[in-house]
Design a protein around this ligand. Sequence first.
Ligand SMILES: Cc1cc2nc3c(=O)[nH]c(=O)nc-3n(C[C@H](O)[C@H](O)[C@H](O)COP(=O)(O)OP(=O)(O)OC[C@H]3O[C@@H](n4cnc5c(N)ncnc54)[C@H](O)[C@@H]3O)c2cc1C
Length: 416
Amino acid sequence: MMSDTVYDLIVVGSGAAGLAGAIKAGRNGKKVLLLEKLSQIATKLKATGGGRCNLSNTLDNTTFMQSFGKNGRFMTTAINKMDHNGLRDFFTSLDLETHIPDGFRIFPVTHSSTTVINALLQELKRLNIKILCDEKVEDILTKDNMVTHIKTQNNLYKTKNILLATGGMGYPKMGATGDGFTIVQKLGHKVTKLYPAMMPLSTKETWQGNCRADTISKVTIKVNIPNNNKLKKLTAKGDLIFTSTGLRGPVILDFAREITPFLDTYNEVPILVNLTHGKHEDEIIKIIKDKSIKEPNKNIIEILTFLIPKSLAQEFCKLCNIDSSINYKHINGESKNQLIKILAWTPFTISGHDGFNKAMITRGGISLKEIDPTTMQSKIIRGLYFAGEIVDIDGPCGGYNLQWSFSSGYLAGEIC
Ligand SMILES: Cc1cc2nc3c(=O)[nH]c(=O)nc-3n(C[C@H](O)[C@H](O)[C@H](O)COP(=O)(O)OP(=O)(O)OC[C@H]3O[C@@H](n4cnc5c(N)ncnc54)[C@H](O)[C@@H]3O)c2cc1C
């Protein structure tokens, strides 16, 4: 059905990016329509931060953008327009206060993503922005390289501008299934190669399945492919959790984002993991020797628990063929060396992942070369804007990706 109304802006997708854009345009007096293919708005936003919604973090703008890697500078205008302070002010204007409980990550004081969504929804209503759910966009129609209409499964809408904020490919049941990429490719836009990012990783090893109960803090991970300087630079630090098939936890989420493109090339990526709070071999030897002298009745497992959890100590002894009931001084030289090495750097081989189904973000997206970073407008089609995860920008874990989505949506909404 063709509607007679001509909208100033149609926003496609009701994630953080689309909602920020719709609200900003509505506040500027624009006639806005928001189209969402799921039966309710902001499904992914609801799941963020384990339902607590880690909105952003306190990094200064330069460091924040650097954390996104080589594409980070593209964000300059959007982040300068609405950085973490601006985002907090934005939510204050919606009567939702934020706070920084750990001094770094920014959350709503309610620690509830539902309150974030309700605040945004309230503002959409106040601004008389029409929201249509269960309305899947299939195509953007253009004339003379300018947007004219949006085509959904059953309807055709006339508009002067479009903000395409359909997200990436991760967690497809939350709505983002790559529709936006198909739509823009038909219009001549390039989409860079897409990789699942931020998800648990599988390993060839399975012994770590016996250590699932323990979270290991302050872990360091590095890639162990000799003669590959690009890969050698990849390191990550943070908390790690073992699974029966591999590794998960914040450090793995950040590391996965970097490693998935290389898994495509190498099939397997050997890594080394320091599970002893960054201790070197010399420090480890000293601790074990000192403790063994002070507490001569303790067996090797009991001594190792000064460095690592008991479950891990037991697995390390098995890996080094050490009888776990004996004292450190009775272990043969070869096994001792092996144990110290594995304590300093435990080897794993990353062998795969669960793909987009468990990927919290997507690496890759609409090529930045074809988007004006000062407006978020397409350089190919006039009146077509992008925001959020649909573009070739992805950041680490810790509020980076939501801040980018809100900021880019806000910038696009202000311009169009
Ligand atoms: C479980 C989980 C937890 C996360 N936690 C955090 C966190 O705490 N902090 C953080 O910074 N980041 C977090 N992220 C990442 C962050 O959620 C995303 O980067 C961000 O939400 C992307 O926002 P977006 O608006 O670009 O896309 P999305 O939120 O994915 O929104 C896109 C919307 O477009 C709709 N859509 C898609 N195709 C169509 C179509 N054809 N027609 C109409 N509508 C369509 C979708 O249904 C969806 O509602 C998390 C991600 C996940 C999966």
